[in-house]
Every structure is written in structure tokens, then in C-alpha cells.
Design a protein around this ligand. Sequence first.
Ligand SMILES: NC(=O)c1ccc[n+]([C@@H]2O[C@H](COP(=O)([O-])OP(=O)(O)OC[C@H]3O[C@@H](n4cnc5c(N)ncnc54)[C@H](O)[C@@H]3O)[C@@H](O)[C@H]2O)c1
Length: 331
Amino acid sequence: MELCNCITIYTIIYVIIVAFVAAWIYFQRGIGQCHSTTDLTGKTVLITGANCGIGFMTALHLARRNARVVLACRNKDRAEKAKEEIIAKTGNTNVVVRLLDLCSLKSVRDFAKQIIEEEPRLDILINNAGTVSGGKYRVLTEDGLETLFATNYFGPFLLTNLLLDLMKCTPHSRIINVSSVMNNYGNIDLQNLNAEKSYSPSKCYAASKLAMVLFTRELARKLEGSGVTANVLHPGVVNTDLFRNLSFLFRYPIKGFVTLFCKTPEEGAQTSLHLALSDDVKTVSGKYFADCRLMESGANPIIHNKELAEKLWKHSCEMTGLSSKRMDSNK
Ligand SMILES: NC(=O)c1ccc[n+]([C@@H]2O[C@H](COP(=O)([O-])OP(=O)(O)OC[C@H]3O[C@@H](n4cnc5c(N)ncnc54)[C@H](O)[C@@H]3O)[C@@H](O)[C@H]2O)c1
């Protein structure tokens, strides 16, 4: 009898907590709207992972503002479908698909080369693509890197660095990195960046998103005086297919929860759009945003560790085969 009472009490507490969290998330949804009316005629934007979710909505809105939009995607068919939809909805025909697989360093290099050859300018780079892994065991890429970390961090790190010269030639260009609030639970072990010592998909995701914040802050320091800004953001908890790789035990409850209570992809794109368009952030660099607002306090204290950011940069150069000399001449 006592056991039954105990179970009932715990169940009630659990339901109250879930209901409270759900209500809190639900009422946060509408917070943070990009109100900028900036027109992007003559400007070029490049968005990774633009065929679905937050990336697609970001691309759609930037196309609506007359930008040339490069959809950097892994799957050609899905990307072409997204392109057709964007053209149909916006009337902007200046939308192109370029193939990029962020977990292949060769693909990143080939892609960057193609962009540099084809595009005379790059005004906005949005490192949006990301993945969540459901596997218990680490899977290596063709370069011997852990796949999730390579997709979420090493690929964007290499891509951004390879496109920097082009961005420096473009006045007032902006780099926007999509991280996650999960960075707060992340830790960077420089001796275990490739998850050789231990692997957990959730820890790896959190670490990759923390690496993205540290990278942005170090990049902003290196870019001081160059005219290029770099900022990082959490889009909110958004109803997308990001959780498709999780085991069905997690996938369906999470999908149900995000469908009912969380942001739509359009709402989730607002902070990326704010950083891409708003005059308020024209000269802001190295900062962390959520809901279209600066969010420095309450963030993971590790993001302020300059020494760690410098070391991570050095390790990342080694692991992606980027010359660190090139990095020192970033300005
Ligand atoms: N959905 C959320 O609740 C949430 C919360 C915090 C952060 N984020 C971040 O927002 C970003 C966008 O995610 P989303 O929610 O729109 O998910 P999504 O799955 O809809 O979109 C992710 C995109 O990344 C692309 N991608 C994945 N691996 C790739 C690779 N190797 N090469 C190239 N592209 C690749 C996918 O094809 C897809 O287009 C991600 O970085 C994600 O970590 C999402």
C-alpha cells in the first residue's frame, strides 16, 4: 500500500514537472522575432543544411529579401526540391544548389573551391547543418574523425576558414554559427576530441555545440579589424526532423513533445535571420544569441575560456589539415 502511495506521489510530481517545462517552452515560442526590413539585393548568402528544418526556413526568408541564395546540401534531390519550393514561394530565381557533405574533409575542400571560383562575393555564411546521433558506438568518417563531431564542428570549422578570404573581400560580411543550448552541458577534452577514450552520443553532441561557441569567439578575436563578424546562436527547441537518428524509444516521445510544444521551423529561424539582417548587430562579433537577444549571462562559463579556445583552434587545424600559419594571417 505504501509502495503504491509512493509511486502515485512520484508520478504526480513527474507529470507536474513535465507540464511545467512544456508550458514554459510553449510560452517562450513567440519570443524573438526578426523585425529587420533589410533588402539583400546584390548580396550572396550561403546556408548549410538548407533543404529542411531551420535551414530551409532561413533560406526561404533570405530569398524573399532578394539575396542570391546558395543551398549547401548533402542530398541533391532533396536540395533541388527545396530550391523549387523557395523559387515558387518567393519568385526569386537566384537560388542555387551546391553539394556539400560536412563529414568529408574532401567534400568540404571541393565545395569551398567551387564557391571561391564561382562567387565574386559572400556576404553571409550560415553554418546551420547539424546532426544528432542515436548510435551507442562511435562511427568514423573516411578521414578517421568521429562522425557527429566532424559534421557539427570540424566540417564547419574547415569550411569557414576556407571561405574567409572571400568574405574578407566582401564588405561587412557576417558569419553565423548555429549551436544549441546543449552547449551548456558540454565539455571539451582536447585529448578526447575524436572520442577515442570514451564515446556518448549526447555528450558528443553537447561538446560539438560547445566547440562551435568557442570557435566563434576565437574566430571573432582573429577577425577583429577585418570587417567580418562572427556570432553564434541557439535557435530554440524546434519541431524539425533533427531527432530522426535517435532510437525509436526516444524518437517518438521527443517528436510528440516538440510537435505539441516547441517552435515551428519558421520561429526557429528567427535568430539566424536577426543575425543575418539586423543593423543592430552589424558590428557585434563573438557573441552568443538566443531568441534574437544577446545571451551571455547564464551561458556555459567554459565559453569564456580563451586559452581553451586557442588550444581547440590549434587542434582543429591539425585534425582538419589546415595550416595554422594561414590562421595567424586572418586579418
Ligand atoms: N531542432 C532543434 O530543436 C534544435 C535545437 C538546437 C540546435 N539545433 C541546431 O539547428 C541546426 C538545424 O537543425 P534542424 O533542427 O533544422 O534539423 P534538420 O535535421 O531539419 O536539419 C539539419 C540539416 O543539416 C543537414 N546535414 C546533416 N548532416 C550533414 C552533412 N554531413 N553534410 C551536410 N549537411 C548535413 C541535413 O541534411 C539537414 O538539411 C542544427 O545545427 C541543430 O543542431 C536544432
